[in-house]
Design a protein around this ligand. Structure first.
Ligand SMILES: [Zn+2]
Ligand SMILES: [Zn+2]
Length: 263
């Protein structure tokens, strides 16, 4: 059994709880430690019982609460070597809590098997994660400009996919952002559009995934309805019936999601 809950999702902060009922891990800590603790309390989880925090990359919307949380509860922090170095520049005491690995490496955190995989994003060494337990697998794939071979390989066999659906390409292009920011968002090391997220979701569903959670939506260049409709259309086009074959939902921006359970 695996359970995932998002505590926050989007450019104002990302945090997600993964659990097999015994081992509990956070993926990112991009909202305040106070908000993380409040979210965990709603879920009956004591922050001191967390087995650690997996960090995808050093952007503020993924680490804003990390220093306070890790210090207060002495939590192991798992990050790629490149991301770990960036974290150590920003958080003085982090080195002793850091558990660095190379992107692409797999490791175990108590009962949970964790696979990391490199993602193309404008940071030192960003990664995504797949977490498995008892034959169930969930993958978290956000903050990437495109779906590489490695990402496609990593989502094979996932039962649950958290997929980025950051923006509507037309809305970015016609919107008020300055050119450099548009280029960054739409670039190879930026973020997945709704259409790209839809293709990612489609390949996961064709590989057997039964739950897709859309995440990291832009507040300016997307809406939950827009993201949902784009991905739903792609999945239906591929022959999947939403609600019967596949559960499709959008992670709320600032609140805790429902519990997504697989296995
Ligand atoms: Zn982000
Ligand atoms: Zn980022």
């Amino acid at each position: 059994m695996l359970e995932l809950v998002t505590l926050a999702s989007g450019s104002s902060g990302n945090c997600l709880l993964a659990s097999d009922g015994r081992t509990r891990l956070l993926v990112d800590a991009g909202i305040s430690a106070r908000r993380i603790c409040r979210g965990l309390k709603e879920l009956d989880v004591n922050p001191a019982d967390l087995a650690g925090v997996l960090i995808t990359h050093e952007h503020t919307d993924h680490i804003a609460g990390l220093a306070t949380l890790a210090k207060q509860f002495r939590l192991p922090v798992y990050a790629s070597r490149g991301t770990g170095l960036q974290l150590c520049y920003r958080i003085a005491f982090l080195e002793e809590l850091l558990r660095p690995f190379s992107a692409g490496e797999s490791f175990a955190v108590d009962g949970l098997a964790v696979e990391s995989f490199a993602t193309p994003h404008d940071t030192a060494e960003s990664v995504g994660y797949a977490v498995s337990s008892g034959g169930s697998k969930a993958a978290v794939v956000t903050d990437l400009g495109r779906v590489t071979e490695e990402v496609a390989r990593a989502i094979r066999g996932t039962d649950l996919l958290v997929a980025e659906a950051n923006h509507d390409v037309d809305w970015v292009q016609s919107g008020p952002y300055p050119y450099f920011l548009k280029a960054r968002i739409l670039g190879d090391r930026g973020h997945l559009s709704n259409e790209a997220g839809a293709q990612l979701a489609r390949s996961a569903v064709e590989g057997g995934a039964r739950t897709v959670v859309l995440a990291h939506l832009s507040a300016e260049n997307n809406t939950p309805v827009r993201a949902y409709d784009t991905v739903r259309a792609a999945l239906e086009y591929a022959g999947a019936a939403i609600g019967r074959d596949v559960t499709l939902e959008v992670a709320p921006r600032a609140e805790t999601s429902r519990r997504f359970r697989v296995g």
